[in-house]
Design a protein around this ligand. Structure first.
Ligand code: F6R
Length: 247
């Protein structure tokens, strides 16, 4: 796993946006798996800036959100679909129909199968960008998720619900859905490249376990040690618990 340590969140956002832009420029059509959350907001801001400055064309970009709350409609302001429109899709020239999020209501098995089929039909994922939970989760793949999992519906860990309540502006904890739908670990690992972003001291333990700990389903992100092209960009605070820091 390639580890890049940058001084702060601003640099992390610029590095991440540059890496995504390079993938987009490298081919006529690029299929991205994308995260929501607080960490990638700066990256999206920079990607939108690049587009508005005429530096980046999204017409050949196809996106798949990593995950979604089960039960929230895509129009719900707390849904990840809404987040993705607000932070990226509404501000760039991704053609209608090329931005995807998992179906989050109705038949769960059908929703999971359909998402895998859409990714397959798009030609597979060129690059997946990930954030990481304090417990090492990626997407909504909580500790204990099998490494061979594909898109599935998951019960969210209470610490994840609590983190999302505190971090994302839900009115109260009861309003945070108890289930999510997420690309599985195997779906993420099937991407040609993976880029994981982590910022802040609270991520330091998860980062150290991901980079240097045993590969275990108890730390979902640790599987990235086995990916042939995985990069993790961390700021100094998130790198705090790493034994050796690279510049
Ligand atoms: C969100 C997602 C989650 C987040 C993780 C970190 O789509 O997949 O795994 O990346 O919970 O969230 P933040 O960035 O808010 O700390």
């Amino acid at each position: 796993m390639n580890v890049i340590v940058v001084p702060d969140y601003e640099q992390l956002s610029l590095h991440a946006a540059e890496a995504v832009a390079a993938e987009i420029r490298a081919r006529a059509r690029t299929v991205l798996g994308l995260p929501t959350g607080n960490t990638p907001k700066g990256m999206y801001r920079e990607l939108v800036r690049m587009h508005q400055a005429g530096e980046l064309d999204f017409s050949g970009v196809v996106t798949f959100n990593l995950d979604e709350y089960w039960g929230l409609s895509p129009d719900h302001p707390m849904s990840f679909a809404y987040y993705m429109r607000t932070h990226l899709v509404d501000h760039v020239n991704i053609p209608p129909g090329q931005a995807h999020w998992p179906q989050s209501q109705g038949d769960q098995d059908a929703a999971c199968r359909a998402y895998e089929e859409q990714i397959r039909a798009a030609g597979g994922l060129d690059l997946v960008v990930l954030g990481i939970g304090n417990n090492g989760h990626i997407g909504f793949n909580e500790p204990g998720t099998p490494f061979d999992s594909r898109t599935h519906v998951v019960r969210l860990a209470e610490e994840t619900r609590l983190a999302n309540f505190r971090g994302y502006g839900f009115p109260d904890l009861d309003a945070v859905p108890k289930f999510g739908i997420s690309m599985g670990i195997a779906t993420i690992m099937s991407a040609r490249r993976v880029l994981l972003l982590a910022s802040g001291r609270e991520k330091a333990t998860a980062v150290a376990r991901t980079v240097a700990g045993p590969v275990t389903e108890q730390v979902p992100a640790s599987i990235l040690q086995r990916h042939p092209d995985a990069t993790i960009i961390v700021d100094e605070e998130a790198a705090f618990a790493l034994a050796s820091r690279e510049a």
